[in-house]
Design a protein around this ligand. Sequence first.
Ligand SMILES: [Zn+2]
Length: 233
Amino acid sequence: MGSLLNRGLKPASTLAADKPHGTRIKYMGGCRCAPCKAANTAYERERSIARKQGDWNGLVPASRARQHILALSRDGVGRKAVCAASDVAESIVVAIRSGQKTQIRAQTERKILAVTRDARSGHALVPAIRTWRLIDKMLRWGYSKSELAKRLGYANRALQFQKTNVTVRNAFDVQQLYNAIVNEREAEKLAKKKTLDMGYEQKVIRRSGKVDLQKPASLWQTWGGYRDDTGRV
Ligand SMILES: [Zn+2]
């Protein structure tokens, strides 16, 4: 109660004093008569429906996202900028754009529709949280900061990103580096497995995570790897 008063807000009981019954504010003020309880129940129900819709991640037609991507493109926001700003995989953005993908997850749609033309220049800022998460992962895998900086092409060999925001360009570069390193690690793992497990042939290699694998297909075919249309190998 003290904090409410500090913020200049009145407690619910005061606000409710002159309100009619059958309102949520009256319920908040402590009234438990049937109309006030009903009003509160109705409010809770609406809120829970709204919350579910916000989290809802069913399939929706890809057309709205596609129109948005095309409009962004006309405004000079290319697909790489869309990926970086929306955190949606490039392969998915490409498939939506080409019309190959006709249905997408609701959350994917929300992310794409949230991209504005501000993403146009690589200098636009996006939240840094994902970039740092990827960097932390690579550091845990044993890559040094200066090594990562070097591979990112930073002449001073330092990772100088802000904690809260990074540019679209930097976010994209770090994502690409991360993809490349994931691929290298997978290839290494496979090579090790090959040495340990001669004669291993037709088993399907299952991996988790979305990695756009751009290594020669032959390596994967040798090991019975396959690529399905989600880009998973
Ligand atoms: Zn009441």
